[in-house]
Design a protein around this ligand. Structure first.
Ligand code: ATP
Ligand code: MG
Length: 328
């Protein structure tokens, strides 16, 4: 009996020893796995913060080989993608730089060309003035009329060249305004007087209705340019023998100038583009247009803190340009 008991005790002792060895081994293995998992977590975190070239270390690889290798392959795939994205980015940047260079070259070319064009046109104008004044002998009436038309065409050319030059300048620098109090009604009358020959040549009448006697604080040179551009558009896109109606009024906060012409309305889908640089439908009407008039006018009015709005009324067959200038 005691022998059986002793045998059972021995088995128990052996069992306990076996269990404690097994427990120690398990504990050791658990610690190693925990350490390996911590190391993997550290690597993942490091990748998350941008160190994409980190890999799972050799310790984790020895403890959890399959899992660690899969992780390393995943990291390699991320690195490959990242390198590809970087390459695309570099390509895009290079293309962007090349495009900027082309735009700069184009604008430099336009600036030089327009500047150089202006000189002979002015020289030509002086020569025409001499002709008109009879410096080369008295002209007959038809000759005088021909020279007068030549002078008008020359004036238009100078203006076209000036618009191009100004666009170039506005791209390079901000508009610097020299504001002073100006009587809008008087300024509009002055512009109408200057535009009358062109309006008459197009068989268009310019009507003006004024409801404002106060002065507005603006840069006269620039606002005159805006008025000229918009009135010239109104005349150019009018049907023959129509009138262009010009109104000026004042609300509590703004001065509002409206220029309304009849014929050739602007389609709703075109309205959002007409203020874009180089947008022009002038060639449809066999006219020359740079597509810069409204672009420049809008920029100038914006520089004054105002806005230009365009609208067309299909039923009335009219187009109205509205210049809003803040009363300050
Ligand atoms: N009063 C108007 N009536 C009808 N369409 C207009 C009127 N004003 C502008 N547009 C449209 O808007 C376009 C852009 O006008 P914008 O003045 O910028 O250029 P443009 O007159 O064609 O050329 P330019 O730069 O020589 O003035 C015109 O081509 C025309 O289609
Ligand atoms: Mg125009």
């Amino acid at each position: 009996m005691s022998l059986v008991f002793a045998f059972l005790c021995l088995i128990l002792v052996v069992w306990v020893v076996f269990l404690s060895i097994r427990y120690k081994k398990l504990k050791h293995s658990f610690r190693r796995h925990k350490k390996a998992l911590r190391s993997i977590a550290r690597t993942i975190n490091s990748i998350r913060y941008g160190n994409i070239y980190d890999t799972i270390d050799s310790f984790a690889l020895s403890v959890l080989p399959n899992f660690s290798e899969s992780m390393n392959r995943m990291i390699e795939a991320i690195v490959d993608r990242e390198d590809m994205i970087k390459e695309y980015q570099k390509e895009l940047n290079d293309q962007l730089e090349a495009q900027k260079e082309v735009v700069k070259l184009k604008e430099d070319f336009v600036a030089t060309l327009t500047h150089d064009l202006k000189v002979p046109i002015i020289a030509e104008n002086n020569m025409l003035n001499f002709l008109m004044d009879g410096k080369f002998g008295e002209l007959t009436q038809p000759q005088k009329e021909a020279v007068f038309h030549l002078k008008n065409s020359n004036k238009e050319l100078v203006e076209l060249v000036e618009i191009l030059l100004e666009t170039y300048k506005l791209n390079e620098t901000q508009i610097i305004l020299t504001k002073e109090p100006i009587l809008l009604s008087r300024l509009i009358e002055k512009v109408i007087d200057e535009m009358k020959p062109i309006a008459e040549a197009n068989s268009v009448t310019l009507n003006f209705q004024n409801a404002v006697s106060e002065a507005v604080l603006v840069d006269e040179f620039y606002i005159k340019r805006v008025l000229k551009n918009l009135i010239l558009n109104a005349v150019s896109f009018s049907t023959s023998h129509a009138a262009v109606d010009i109104f000026v009024e004042k609300s509590e906060q703004n001065f509002i100038i409206k220029i309304k012409n009849y014929g050739n309305t602007i389609k709703p889908e075109d309205l959002e583009h007409i203020f874009d640089k180089y947008y022009s439908t002038a060639n449809k009407f066999r006219k020359v247009g740079t597509g810069l008039g409204l672009y420049l006018s809008n920029k100038i009015v914006n520089a004054h803190g105002g806005e230009v709005f365009a609208s067309s009324d299909e039923e009335e067959n009219s187009t109205t340009m509205e210049i809003i200038l803040p009363n300050c």
